[in-house]
Design a protein around this ligand. Sequence first.
Ligand code: KG4
Ligand code: ZN
Length: 349
Amino acid sequence: MPVTKIIKVAMAIVILGIESSCDDTSAAVIRDRVLLSNIIAGQKVHIQYGGVVPELASRAHQQNIVPVVNQAIRDAGISRSQIDAVAFTRGPGLLGSLLVGTSFSKGFSAALDIPMIEVNHLQAHILVHFIESAGSAQQSPEFPFLCLLVSGGHTQLVVVRDYDRMEIIGRTIDDASGEAFDKCAKLLGLPYPGGPHIDKLAGEGDPDRFTFNKPRLPGYDYSFSGLKTSFLYFLRDRLREDPEFIGKNMADLASSLQKTIVEILMHKLKRAAKDLKIKQIALAGGVSANSGLRHSLRLEAEKQGWQVYVPPIAYTTDNAAMIAITGYYRFLKGEFASEDVVPQARIYF
Ligand code: KG4
Ligand code: ZN
């Protein structure tokens, strides 16, 4: 095995990445830092329930994983024998979902006699900034940089010192920002996940029409449960006066809500960047697709002289390209998982 590794490091390294932490089954192939394929199968089954149902998610992963991996290998234009290692999400995430990706990776690694690499889903969201897409000249941040990681399950401010040295300096003490988008969208009667719907409607509305509660927390921590409650009570009171209130004001509600969430996110980001004197600023995670957040970041970048890094939309929500790039950096360090590795629902860096 060590001899094989030395030979492989001298040549291009091909990693198969597997992501199954929540409700997207994804497989990707990367050659060094260049992405060759990235297949994502979403799960529409959850829409009718207004949120992810863990039992249904793991069952759908089982159905999807083999075809998704086969397509990723086919689209990459490689053969299985060219794959040097399989990287998979070990956590955090839903245990039943993580188990599918972990078990598949174990079988794949044993069948091809190649190493397995465990990947932290949160680190992977951040490392999307180092993926190279064929034909594109995407710039990567320089270390150290500050990353606002915003997703359906997490909201964190992270100082990224190296590919594997990351420090969480602020996190949400209750709901994640994506959850705030989704839960408020649900109150408006929008489908799950509501974030993209709010984003779309927000563009047609007045962001200053309504105001909602913003938290006052010391340090760099976030809170979104107060906003959700304020939004709920506001709607309840207005609906008493006019049962058609939501329908008549949908775009303004979405726009004002988005503005509030973005302001909450930007407030702590600005404070941390100033205190730590970091001007390399990145976004990552599903909510980083939000157009209001991207716009606000760019405006602030001009004011503060920041250099900002926003991932391509395709790499914002869960995908295996981010698992493959993280696997690549771990491969370079020879950090492989043992055969008895088990998924972990709750892990941080
Ligand atoms: O990173 P992700 O795919 O999954 C987790 O790891 O949680 O993030 C999903 C979250 C959902 O809450 C979804 O509503 C939100 O990202 N999201 C958005 C947008 N696109 C996705 N939120 C606001 N605006 C968007 N354009
Ligand atoms: Zn995620």
